[in-house]
Design a protein around this ligand. Structure first.
Ligand code: NAP
Length: 291
């Protein structure tokens, strides 16, 4: 029996763990991949108050170590189900909690084009900071118009020969500051009001088709947003039409003792600052309720 079981070791989950442990609660963090969530892929964080800049890896590792130093327990297992009476079932074990915080974040959205899955790792990537170095001095494309696509384009422009940034509208969803920076990059070409209609190549990506024209690229980075993975929780939480978990202001779901924090829940701003805020609110309210 744990006081608090947290599902997901991204910034929201790790912050919840920190708050739980500092309140002397027993805390188990369950994570299916590695600690850090998506922020671990951020090359440079410049909008976290009080820190001028830090890499996503350093931020996540500092937070992870903070939790380890307080004797937080981590198990790298895949959660398959949670029950109303707060049992957590994984691919390996079954655990009981007094309260559960779901902080499972989101996964990268796919273009859903033929060939996409087959070419992953053979030219197609969803993470510029992870795979950018494979494309040194080559030509690559990025698709997307949010902060991820803009940051990735800036990052790749310092590594590769040429970057095509393809976006379906003529205005970007991401911050104006990044757009301004991009305009000063001589090796970045913006292709607006456009979409990719095919991914060409057999064993590796050779070109993409945009506006009926083939553009030769060795790499394509897909940065078209995120999708939540909450179907396994729908017996205990309500989901909105996009699959995000609905909470009240205390981050409580429809089931007593089950909370949701971070990118996985319905909210207006999904950023590092709001993820850590959610983690602290969910843990504090879960602790209050169990006491
Ligand atoms: P996002 O903000 O949701 O942007 C996704 C982009 O992909 C949008 O421009 C969207 O176009 C486009 N798109 C969506 N589906 C598409 C499709 N099927 N085909 C072509 N284009 C498609 O996603 P994100 O950039 O991954 O960012 C996610 C969240 O993390 C955001 O809240 C963002 O601010 C945050 N973030 C913050 C930072 C930072 O603060 N440093 C860094 C990275 C991410 P439309 O604009 O036309 O909808």
């Amino acid at each position: 029996m744990y006081d608090l079981i947290i599902i997901g070791a991204g910034p929201a989950g790790l912050t919840a763990a920190l708050y739980g442990l500092r309140a002397n609660k027993t805390v188990l963090v369950l994570e299916s991949k590695n600690y850090g969530g998506q922020i671990i892929n951020a090359n440079n964080i410049e909008n976290y108050p009080g820190i001028k800049n830090i890499s996503g890896y350093d931020f996540a590792t500092n937070l992870y170590n903070q939790v380890i130093n307080l004797n937080g327990i981590f198990k790298f297992e895949q959660v398959t189900k949670i029950t109303e009476d707060k049992k957590v079932i994984t691919n390996k074990n079954e655990y009981q909690a007094k309260a559960i915080i779901i902080a499972t974040g989101t996964e990268r959205r796919k273009l859903n084009l033929p060939n996409e899955n087959e070419l992953i790792g053979k030219g197609i990537s969803y993470c510029a900071t992870c795979d950018g170095n494979f494309f040194k001095n080559k030509d690559v494309a990025i698709i997307g118009g949010g902060n991820t696509a803009l940051e990735d384009t800036l990052y790749l422009s310092n590594i590769v020969n040429k970057v095509y940034l393809i976006h379906r509208r003529n205005e970007f969803r991401g911050e104006a500051k990044y757009v301004e920076e991009l305009k000063n990059k001589t090796n970045v070409k913006l292709i607006l009001n456009s979409n990719i209609t095919s991914l060409n190549g057999k064993d590796t990506l050779e070109s993409i088709t945009v506006n009926n024209e083939k553009i030769k690229v060795q790499g394509l980075f897909i940065a078209i947003g995120q999708v939540p993975q909450n179907q396994i929780f729908n017996n205990v939480v309500n989901l909105d039409s996009n699959g995000y978990i609905i909470t009240d202001n205390d981050l409580h779901t429809k089931t007593k003792g089950i909370y949701a924090a971070g990118d996985t829940r319905v909210k207006s701003l999904r950023q590092l600052t709001t993820a850590v805020s959610d983690g602290s609110i969910a843990a504090t309210n879960a602790i209050k309720e169990m006491e």
